[in-house]
Ligand binder design. Structure first.
Ligand code: NI
Ligand code: MN
Length: 228
């Protein structure tokens, strides 16, 4: 499995021949100043949305217009919202694994909020637990550290967890470190930092904190890939 980091919480997963874009945030993104961002993509098969906040859903319609066959997967309310705009969606809620061609997906609890920019209700916020034949991955979405994370490894060992570390709206580095204990996961890809002034972090210090606990915090430059 390949994980490409774009900036903020936006990542792309490549699982065999399937491309999954997570929480696309390009057009309003202060550190991704490239108006031609759509040209970077030859195809996208799925968009996964953790919650309805603008910095996670703002480019869904742009991508769906370019790639007509995209399936947007999110909670029931967010799926309905985009389905009304003529986009193919799959709505789910907490509980049960659902099989897709790329693997099994479970929508899991997050402690955050979820409303669209215009105030429309965006259901409950969540994260995704993804089990594939190339390994298991947890994407927490925006959340604080929560005890519910400790149930995640009981479904199977994690190869990687994608956690926010910028603080203020989500976990900070200290909380992400506790989360990694709950998750029994040694390898964390940090997201949701440095995009805005109020979520700027000291990257060197953050990595050192993980290193001192025998864990690895991966912080990628935008557009860079890791193999999981
Ligand atoms: Ni949010
Ligand atoms: Mn956010």
């Amino acid at each position: 499995m390949k994980v490409i980091f774009f900036s903020h919480s936006t990542c792309m997963l490549e699982i065999h021949d399937k491309l999954l874009l997570i929480d696309p945030f390009f057009s309003g993104n202060p550190i991704f100043r490239n108006t031609n961002f759509l040209n970077f993509f030859q195809k996208i098969d799925y968009i996964l949305l953790t919650h309805a906040h603008y910095d996670h859903v703002c480019d869904v319609e742009l991508f769906s217009h370019k790639f007509n066959n995209i399936l947007v997967i999110s909670n029931y309310e967010i799926s309905n919202y985009f389905n009304k705009k003529g986009i193919k969606t799959y709505g789910m809620n907490y509980g049960s694994f659902i099989s897709f061609p790329f693997g099994k997906l479970k929508y899991v609890w997050a402690a955050h909020s979820s409303a669209f920019y215009d105030g429309t209700y965006g259901g409950n916020p969540g994260g995704f637990l993804l089990h594939t034949d190339e390994g298991n991955l947890y994407i927490s979405g925006d959340t604080s550290v929560i005890y519910e994370m400790s149930i995640i490894p009981s479904f199977g060992n994690l190869k990687l967890s994608i956690l926010p570390i910028g603080g203020k709206y989500t976990m900070d580095v200290e909380e992400a470190l506790i989360a990694s204990d709950f998750l029994k996961c040694e390898k964390i890809l940090g997201v949701h930092y440095d995009t805005f002034e109020d979520i700027k972090i000291n990257k060197k210090q953050a990595k050192r904190k993980f290193f001192e606990k025998g864990k690895e915090l991966i912080l990628l430059e935008k557009g860079k890939t890791i193999h999981v």
